[in-house]
Design a protein around this ligand. Structure first.
Ligand code: FAD
Length: 406
């Protein structure tokens, strides 16, 4: 696959702003912040903004110097849009594309249904950049380009984070928001299916881009599923997951896997006919413990985003859960609710949605279901709407509905 850095870089880096890296003067800083947030993705930024707006002192530590592409389908559900709007993020001004329908393709069949809620699509690079900028604007002390190595609780009930440069940060309260990456001593369980996920941007052929329109398409194939949808700048995001053993069958090569996926799902082959890849190769991640929900937590340690729960990707609801858990954790902390109580409550609030999503994911991975699903949905497209609705996180706070331009 050829590299074509120009288009994607210019299209996807328009909103790129440097994160001011605030280098502390002291190697060991005193307890000057009430809250230390580890990880500056969706959950970490959302929590930091919520806390700073309530007058709390917050330091956010993010290992990347500036936001970069992340493996993500970049679908923003209605709930995610509401939370982002409440955080002061105007996704329309960032170029978000409205998504109004969902299409399911397996084998030679495809079915379509309108989405029962407003949704949008926006690259993570643009979204994360805007979130970091908002955090800085509301007074969060952002330390970019600093990875956290360890997090331990000292004998005097203080959390101490040691960074990769050997310096430490301390606070009585920590929000753990490192997403897919586990900190030593705070690991989540193994991922038994050994999922591997990829993301690639394409410039689709004009006719295919027009046919894709404002839809989010979910494509099924043996060992996994993938989604394609338009993003800002006239590009399309193809994001796919596969179990490691299926990747091994094609020599552990993503090119072979993509070819096999197109063979198994002609709809994908049609979409990618004449498409121009916009990255030299896909970005990839492994270890995705789908279905994980954290049971409890230690005193003073609020776990949010993927550190709290990992919903199967096809739901397009991970960002929404990240925002939701961040908002609830910030509110819990301000209200004096302990981290273990918060974590247990979050778990029970997410349980039904997570189990349903896992059940549906098992169906997607079943050969018989793959064969009959699009046919059933054609006959009864309401199922798709109902499933889309049921796998959403329930919103507890009333927030204004944002607008997304189409
Ligand atoms: C294949 C795939 C497709 C998906 N598609 C969608 C979708 O379409 N829509 C959707 O809503 N959700 C989707 N998700 C889920 C979504 O991406 C996540 O749920 C969401 O990003 C979680 O947010 P987070 O803040 O917990 O983690 P992240 O957004 O990943 O942020 C974590 C941050 O922590 C930083 N970090 C990590 N380790 C350290 C460290 N040691 N020190 C300092 N910083 C650190 C990272 O650099 C990162 O910026 C998808 C997930 C996958 C795997």
């Amino acid at each position: 696959m050829q590299q074509r850095s120009g288009a994607i870089q210019s299209n996807l880096s328009e909103s790129k702003k440097e994160i001011p890296v605030r280098t502390p003067n002291l190697n060991r800083r005193p307890l000057q912040d009430e809250v230390l947030i580890l990880g500056g993705g969706v959950a970490g930024c959302a929590a930091s903004i919520a806390l700073a707006r309530r007058g709390r002192g917050v330091t956010l530590i993010e290992r990347e110097p500036i936001p970069r592409h992340k493996v993500c389908g970049e679908f923003l559900s209605g709930e995610a849009l509401e939370d982002l709007h409440a955080l002061g993020i105007d996704v329309a001004s960032l170029g978000a594309v409205a998504i109004d329908s969902v299409r399911l393709a397996a084998g030679g069949r495809a079915a379509e249904a309108p989405l029962p809620f407003a949704a949008a699509s926006l690259t993570r690079k643009a979204l994360d950049t805007a979130l970091i900028a908002e955090a800085i604007a509301v007074g969060v002390r952002v330390e970019g380009g600093r990875g956290v190595q360890t997090l331990v609780r000292t004998s005097n009930d203080v959390w101490q984070a040691t960074l990769d440069d050997g310096t430490t940060r301390e606070a009585r309260t920590v929000f753990l928001a490192t997403g897919k990456h586990d900190l030593r001593g705070h690991t989540r369980p193994e991922d038994p299916q050994r999922w591997v996920a990829f993301k690639m941007y394409f410039r689709l052929a004009n006719a295919q881009a027009a046919e894709l329109g404002h839809a989010s398409e979910l494509m099924l194939y043996p060992g996994g599923y993938g989604g394609i949808q338009p993003v800002e700048g006239g590009n399309a995001n193809l994001c796919w997951v596969v179990q490691q053993r299926y990747l091994a069958r094609v020599g552990n090569r993503w090119e072979n896997l993509l070819a096999k996926m197109q063979k198994d799902c002609p709809h994908l082959a049609m979409r990618l006919a004449g498409a121009e890849p916009l990255l030299a190769k896909p970005i990839a991640i492994t270890h995705i413990p789908y279905g994980y929900i954290r049971r409890t937590s230690d005193e003073g340690l609020y776990c949010i985003g993927d550190q709290a729960a990992v919903i199967p990707s096809f739901t397009g609801d991970g960002i929404s859960i990240a925002l939701h858990s961040a908002r609830c954790a910030a509110a819990a902390y301000v209200a004096g609710e302990t981290a273990p109580v918060f974590q247990t409550k979050l778990r029970s609030a997410l349980m039904a949605q997570m189990r349903l999503a896992e059940f549906a994911a098992d169906g997607l991975n079943n050969a018989l279901a793959r064969a009959v699903l699009p046919f059933c949905l054609r006959v009864w497209p309401g199922v798709m709407r109902v499933t889309a609705k049921l796998t959403r996180v329930a919103q507890h706070a009333s927030v204004a509905q944002p607008a997304v331009a189409s």
